[in-house]
Design a protein. Structure first.
Length: 141
């Protein structure tokens, strides 16, 4: 998956991906989810024009079991620990061919190329066969 958010038409203050362990019901009450068992991201790119494009919002009475594996994240939060396995944080090399026109195919030299892990997904978003190892993101180079 590629989750890329470079919105520049107004102010954006929330990350592209926010995982929280509660919801607000129709009465406006906060309802905690005691345990979210698995929120897993394999071979994903989460990137955009904010400093933090992935974040969690966990209220004290619950837990979120999440994991990023062989993924690229734009965040100033720590990516150390067991939730993050082979994560490329804030790469400086260009990821995409042309994000200004939403072309999220991988640029030549993108750190996403051949950086994935086999996950059972055989084709990319265009129907191209995944390599071994696959690229990170929605598109195989």
């Amino acid at each position: 998956t590629t989750i890329a958010n470079y919105w520049d038409k107004s102010i954006r203050e929330t990350p592209s991906v926010l995982v929280q362990n509660y919801y607000t019901d129709i009465n406006g009450s906060t309802v905690p989810i005691a345990v979210m068992d698995s929120v897993n991201f394999y071979n994903c790119i989460v990137h955009g024009n904010l400093d933090i494009e992935f974040d969690t919002d966990i209220i004290s009475s619950g837990t979120i079991n999440y994991k990023f594996v062989n993924s690229i994240l734009k965040t100033t939060n720590s990516t150390s620990g067991s939730n993050f396995i082979n994560v490329i944080q804030n790469p400086t090399a260009e990821l995409f061919i042309d994000k200004s026109i939403q072309n999220y195919h991988l640029a030549t030299g993108s750190p996403a190329i051949n950086a994935g892990v086999s996950s059972g997904v055989l084709l990319d978003h265009d129907g191209v066969v995944r390599g071994n190892p696959p690229d990170i993101g929605a598109y195989e180079n």
